[in-house]
Design a protein around this ligand. Structure first.
Ligand code: FAD
Length: 295
């Protein structure tokens, strides 16, 4: 099913992100975890695409399993160093696997690369028309409440978002954020900039301290004092940290829903128990969570 159709139901949604294996040795364990997450029957599941397409076949295989489990899949696709032919091949493989939704991304610059100058497709907005040429997909894109790290300022970044939407992007999923006020401010600016497509809020329950250090480095996300205190207090007690992180994420989600943000995407880091606990916490609030926990 197309995600644009799911959003038309007017109900709040909870979707879950998984990542594919990096090597064949861990394929079975990742497949098991992603199947378990699919058995929770979220509104849809997204599958990331490794840097420079390193996991491309696994992205398709995992997304295909998700569809077979009866859950709508959203496959990520980047244009890092991609040719029109390589995009065509990937899109045809997704189509053959019954996938109807693609998150079109530029991808991060590979280590040591300073710019996208030599790439055929330099921005997600240039990838979208190519995907459309090869199939009838619902296409989403990424957005950044704290602005994309390479953008000069938020205004420029939002003007670039508008180009992405004008190219055919039907919804945007946000980079993770830990302070909802950042999103509320961003949504206001986005709407003011003429971007009116649904925005899906990306929430990351950070269940270990090492993960947080990596996240800050990669996303440059602002970490509120409240979260820092939580990490300080529980970083040497993994079970307590996991419980506290799930509670923090749940609190963030309930506040978002209460303030009219209808679509939530949880970065599960392939942890079925984290996804299941969040669904449980929202079982009276989001219809798909209620169905999933059978209450
Ligand atoms: P773009 O939309 O192309 O934007 C990149 C930069 O270029 C921004 O600064 C923007 O302002 C600017 N820009 C955009 N369009 C134009 C234009 N027309 N002219 C001039 N400037 C422009 N990475 C992966 O490798 N695999 C994944 O699976 C993956 N999944 C992600 C999922 C989400 C929800 C998010 C938020 C990010 C994800 N990423 C993934 C990371 C993403 O690839 C990087 O953040 C990347 O640096 C930017 O990708 P983008 O699609 O947002 O790029």
């Amino acid at each position: 099913m197309k995600i644009s159709e799911i959003f038309k139901s007017g109900q709040p949604t909870l979707s879950l992100e998984v990542f594919p294996p990096k090597t064949s040795e861990v394929y079975d364990s990742v497949e098991k975890a992603t199947n378990e997450i699919a058995s929770l029957k979220p509104d849809f599941m997204s599958v990331t695409y490794g840097a420079a397409g390193s996991t491309r076949t696994y992205t398709t295989a995992i997304a295909s399993n998700i569809e077979k489990a009866g859950v709508t899949a959203l496959a990520h696709l980047t244009c890092v160093n991609a040719s029109k032919e390589s995009i065509r091949e990937q899109v045809e493989a997704l189509k053959a696997a019954g996938i109807e939704n693609i998150l079109a991304l530029r991808g991060d610059l590979p280590e040591g690369m300073e710019s996208t100058e030599d790439w055929v497709y330099k921005h997600a907005s240039e990838l979208i028309p190519v995907i459309k040429e090869f199939g009838d997909f619902c296409i989403g894109g990424a957005c950044y409440p704290e602005k994309h790290p390479e953008a000069a300022d938020l205004k420029t970044d939002i003007a670039n978002m508008k180009k992405k939407v004008d190219a055919g992007c039907e919804f945007l999923t946000t980079q993770m954020f830990f302070d909802n006020n950042l999103l509320y401010n961003y949504l206001y600016r986005l709407r003011e900039g003429g971007v009116t497509v649904p925005v899906v809020a990306g929430i990351m329950p950070v269940t270990n301290a090492k993960q947080m250090a990596r996240i800050i480095k990669l996303s440059q996300a602002f970490i509120p004092r409240r979260y820092v205190a939580l990490l300080d207090r529980y970083s040497d007690n993994p079970a307590a940290l996991k419980q506290a992180a799930i509670a923090y994420a749940t609190d963030q989600i309930i506040d978002l829903l209460a303030n009219g943000v209808e679509h939530i995407h949880v970065y599960t880091m392939n942890k079925p128990e984290v996804a299941a606990q969040i669904q449980q916490n929202l079982s009276e609030i989001i219809p798909s969570c209620k169905k999933s926990v059978g209450v």
